[in-house]
Design a protein around this ligand. Structure first.
Ligand code: SF4
Ligand code: SF4
Length: 617
């Protein structure tokens, strides 16, 4: 896998310190390194957010370690503040920021091209086109970073990060885990120093451009002709395949793996004798724009195509590239035929897993809001609990970015005075970027309820530990950072904790917290604590603990629909007579349906084994 190849490249380059925040499609880099960290003698961590990861990698680099920070595309927005300044101070041990873009937003809130960060920060960008290059460029990036004492960014996209392919391994250098930090003037960015560093930065950028002009296999030309196709990153693999399909066409293929600083000299050489050029790149026209600028500077007349033929929205597909390349080359293109397949795929609306404690929390929250007859505004966040957006809950009105729920609720608390803003956030997201919003709420006395759904893990990206999990990325025991203690520590007077599986208790706790917000006009915090169902059942299976099983007593069921409509557990199905039926292969034995059925028609038929309660904590 491309991300595993990055991890391997890090080890081959003598990497000794890696920090990241989980986010698809970047997560496997840190996971892979964490698995082998102790064996190979390196340090690996999940940081509380991407900015911290970059800062930590930078600190390690200043002490001589070779370091890497990893994240998904939106994470670089969080880390950008640190990155901009690190470009000014430079680094000591080589430092790479690995960021995976998510074109088509398969698991993200937006589509953004992080190559632009290279332009605004003056940090060089590498763009692998397959797993082999992902490994090789990691090594090159760390080597060049150290050579120029400058951070490097490597931008991957989903199809490189998650593609599987053969990778020729190199040997692993001894890890560089650190040494001694020595003071230097350029590290303290007060204005006088920053101005000096800015001069050095611009000059370094030009030096690196010279290196990128002669990067051999990574920026190269294949074939010949008076038309050219320029490709960057994964686009190269697609163009290559399309050219092999069309056969005997005279065209140059210009491959870029190091697009920024734009290798102007290399590119102008590559395009000598060329009349027309097509730039194929994923996401934004970064290379296309740089190329047009370079041609204008040199007063060269060349017909340049790019996004006009490739399109600007969504992930590059082979078909999209095929259409663009064929139109550019004047080769007839037949739209792919769509075949009607007589196959009825059952509708599968997005929903929480069976036994997910978030479902119970949303169920209790609605009861509490109804009981107190308040007009709630649900300010949501990024995580599994975003699924509260859908039926039957509809308890998410706004979702923007990590930690955004609390900041947004601050504004709503002031502007929508007749309503009660309820910010809903997960534990990992609270540690990531939620705390400053809570501090603001206390400082400015914003009357809002903060509901933290604490399942003690970063569930959405695959159960990575966070500061509340009690374990580190490398599997060592860690202190459990208490969300309640943080809330009290910043001055929240009303902090309630509840078990979401105790629906009545959860409803009472939430109603109590809402009362406080309404009567005192101050923020309150409610913490819902239960393990992720996937994690709990996995643990139970591993420890051979019997999972309990619930069933519907047919005679008692009145077909009221509360369990399958209002609570909506996917393990509960509706029979033709509208009575409920529990699918034993889906049921995780959480038991909440037995509690909410008003007719006591759901009963436990298989008792849980010893230790069942503990796997849910
Ligand atoms: S809540 Fe109880 S009575 Fe209503 S449909 Fe479900 S099992 Fe039947
Ligand atoms: S016990 Fe009930 S609510 Fe829990 S997973 Fe099974 S069917 Fe769903």
């Amino acid at each position: 896998m491309g991300n595993e190849a990055v991890a391997r490249g890090f080890l081959e380059a003598g990497g000794g310190f890696a920090a990241g925040y989980p986010g698809t499609p970047s997560t496997e880099v840190i996971e892979t390194l964490a698995d082998v960290a102790k064996e190979v003698g390196i340090y690996v961590e999940w940081s509380s957010n991407e900015k911290v990861a970059v800062e930590a990698a930078y600190g390690a680099s200043l002490a001589g370690a070779r370091s890497m920070a990893t994240m998904k595309h939106v994470g670089l927005n969080v880390a950008a503040d640190a990155l901009m300044s690190i470009a000014y101070t430079g680094v000591r041990g080589g430092m790479l920021v690995f960021v995976a873009n998510d074109p088509s937003m398969w698991s993200s809130q937006n589509e953004q091209d992080d190559r632009y960060y290279g332009l605004i920060s003056y940090v060089p960008v590498l763009t692998p086109s397959d797993p082999q290059e992902a490994k090789d460029l990691t090594v090159l990036g760390l080597d060049l970073s150290e050579k120029f004492s400058h951070p490097f960014i490597m931008v991957s996209t989903t199809r490189v990060s998650h593609a599987r392919g053969p990778v020729v391994l190199g040997s692993m250098r001894p890890p560089r885990t650190g040494g001694k930090f020595e003071r230097a003037r350029g590290l303290t960015l007060v204005p006088g120093v920053a101005r000096e560093q800015r001069e050095k930065l611009v000059s370094k950028w030009e030096d690196i451009r010279k290196t990128f002009n002669g990067l051999g296999q990574f920026n190269r030309v294949e074939g010949d002709g008076d038309v050219a196709i320029v490709s960057d990153g994964i686009a190269y693999s697609h163009v290559k395949e399309v050219l092999s399909e069309v056969g005997d066409v005279k065209a140059k293929l210009v491959k870029l793996s190091a697009p920024l600083p734009f290798p102007k000299g290399f590119m102008l050489d590559a395009l000598s004798g060329v009349r027309r050029v097509l730039v194929v790149e994923e996401l934004e026209p970064v290379v296309e724009g740089q190329l047009k600028q370079a041609l204008a500077e040199e007063r060269l007349q060349l017909e340049v195509h790019g996004k006009d033929l490739v399109g600007l929205v969504g992930e590059l597909t082979l078909d999209r590239v095929r259409r663009a390349v064929r139109r550019f080359l004047g080769i007839p293109y037949e739209e792919s035929k769509l075949y009607n397949v007589d196959l009825q795929v059952p509708p599968r609306p997005p929903t929480f897993c069976p036994g997910c404690p978030h479902r119970a929390t949303f169920y209790a929250l609605r009861r509490a809001v109804n009981r107190r007859r308040v007009k709630a505004i649900y300010s949501g966040d990024i995580g599994c609990y975003s699924l509260g957006l859908y039926e039957p809950f509809r308890e998410q009105d706004i979702i923007i970015e990590m930690g955004g729920s609390i900041g947004t609720a601050n504004g709503l608390a002031r502007a929508a005075r007749e309503q009660v803003p309820i910010a809903i956030i997960g534990d990992s997201t609270f540690f990531h970027a939620g705390i400053p919003g809570l501090v603001n709420a206390i400082y400015n006395r914003a009357p809002m309820l903060l509901l933290v759904l604490d399942n003690r893990t970063t569930a959405m990206t695959g159960e990575q530990p966070d500061p509340g999990s009690g374990v580190t990325a490398m599997g060592d025991e860690a202190p459990v950072i208490s969300i309640e203690a943080i809330a009290r520590g910043v001055g929240v007077e009303k902090v309630v904790t509840f078990d979401p599986f105790d629906i009545e208790g959860a409803t009472n706790a939430l109603a109590d917290a809402i009362d406080y917000v309404v009567s005192e006009r101050r923020p309150a915090v409610a913490v819902a604590r239960r393990a992720c169902a996937l994690e709990a059942v996995r643990k139970a299976r591993k420890q051979k603990i019997q999972v309990p099983l619930y069933q519907v007593v047919e005679d008692k069921c009145t077909a009221c629909g509360i369990c399958y409509n209002a609570f909506s557990c996917p393990a509960i199905l509706v029979k033709d007579d509208k009575k409920a039926w529990i699918d034993p292969s889906l049921c995780t034995g959480c038991g909440v349906c037995a509690e909410i059925c008003p007719y006591k028609a759901i009963v436990k038929v298989v008792q849980e084994g010893k230790g069942w309660g503990e796997v849910w904590m």
